[in-house]
Design a protein around this ligand. Structure first.
Ligand code: Z5A
Ligand code: MG
Length: 212
């Protein structure tokens, strides 16, 4: 690797925690301070696979549960060459949801084990930092009604939260829990601090492989 690599930074959290808002703000702040940074989001609904996922989430199609899990994973794998290229060029990637959402959402369905759900994502680029935006259901409700997409119900989101909590016990991942009930600027300050630390540490380390 010629220069210093960028960091892979992931934002996770339940519905309406502010992930998308904070990803945009972080990328903007990094760029303004002269650090190359770009945002990505999963699912990426622009690809052929992403369009199948989009139709499923919007209830325009039905897909068998294992099948859609594998499609979400395939949607990450198809973007791995691009992600690696950007990181090697020194661009930090700020990613809105990743494999942790994949595992938490499918394993919240009946009859899916956490372990089975992790398998297809093993070996993806390993994030240097995963920030979990923590928000309780009462605070989330104050940010508006659930939308019309699949999974947007209180009961299911509660089950997803429990699965995220199990994933966060994994010491091989650099998890940071962020109190997402603070105002947008305070959340942003905390996220920026953790990100700068992770970017500093990552630049001299090889990119890892997730769950390996
Ligand atoms: N999914 C899956 O099953 N498997 C997978 O592998 C992956 C995903 C990757 C994709 O949803 C769905 O796919 C998701 C998981 C599943 N299903 N669900 N639920 P998405 O990521 O496209 O969802 P979204 O529409 O972007 O919603 P979101 O991510 O839940 O919201 P958010 O990004 O966390 O929040 P936000 O859009 O930034 O903010 C929400 C509102 O709150 C907005 O009006 C903001 O202005 C406001 N806000 C934000 N921060 C604050 C603070 N601090 N105070 C007050 N108000 C705030
Ligand atoms: Mg979002």
């Amino acid at each position: 690797m010629a220069g210093k690599r960028g960091a892979l930074i992931v934002l996770e959290g339940v519905d309406k925690a502010g992930k998308t808002t904070q990803c945009h703000k972080l990328v903007q702040a990094l760029q303004q301070s002269g650090r190359p940074a770009e945002m990505m989001r999963f699912p990426d609904r622009t690809t052929t696979i992403g369009q199948l996922i989009g139709a499923y989430l919007e209830n325009r199609s039905e897909l068998e549960d294992h099948t859609v899990h594998l499609l979400f994973s395939a949607n990450r794998w198809e973007l791995v060459p691009l992600m690696k290229r950007k990181l090697e060029q020194g661009t930090t990637l700020v990613v809105d949801r990743y494999a942790f959402s994949g595992v938490a959402f499918t394993s919240a369905k009946p009859a899916f084990s956490l372990d089975w759900c992790k398998q297809p994502d093993i070996g993806l680029p390993k994030p240097d930092l995963v920030m979990f935006l923590q928000l309780n259901p009462y605070e989330a409700a104050l940010r508006g009604q659930f939308g019309k997409e699949r999974y947007e119900t209180g009961v299911f989101q509660g089950a997803v939260q429990e699965k995220f909590e199990q994933l966060m016990t994994d010491p091989s991942i650099n998890w940071q829990v962020i109190d997402a009930s603070q105002d947008i600027e305070d959340v942003h300050r905390g996220i920026t601090e953790h990100s700068l630390k992770a970017m500093n540490a990552a630049q001299n380390l090889p990119l890892g492989e997730l769950w390996k």
